[in-house]
Design a protein around this ligand. Structure first.
Ligand code: HEM
Length: 67
């Protein structure tokens, strides 16, 4: 819910110095991991344990929680 609220109204997302649409950028972050947005604790890579299609679906689900 906090993630969904944070990105309400946001359309672009920068991941590793590259700009993406919000959904694509968050999907890349979830797939490959990263840190620095919520604190210093990194999220580990979730791909290939979770498929690209499932990651996209999960990101959409999360972003829709606060709508
Ligand atoms: C498929 C499973 C997962 C999904 C869909 C998911 C989704 C997300 C999303 C959407 C964010 C926000 C990213 C941002 O604002 O830049 C996030 C951040 C984060 N996640 Fe995950 N996550 C998953 C698995 C995990 C796991 C397994 C861990 C830890 C063991 C984890 C730890 C974190 C941490 C620490 C952050 C904050 C990263 C930062 O500050 O930039 N996540 N996650």
């Amino acid at each position: 819910m906090d993630v969904s609220k944070k990105y309400k109204g946001v359309t672009r997302y920068v991941y590793k110095d590259k700009e993406y649409t919000l959904e694509d950028g968050l999907a890349a972050k979830v797939a490959k991991g990263g840190s620095g947005i919520w604190g210093t604790m990194p999220m580990p890579a979730n791909f290939p344990a979770v498929s690209e299609a499932d990651i996209k679906e999960l990101v959409k689900f999360i972003l829709n929680l606060a709508k």
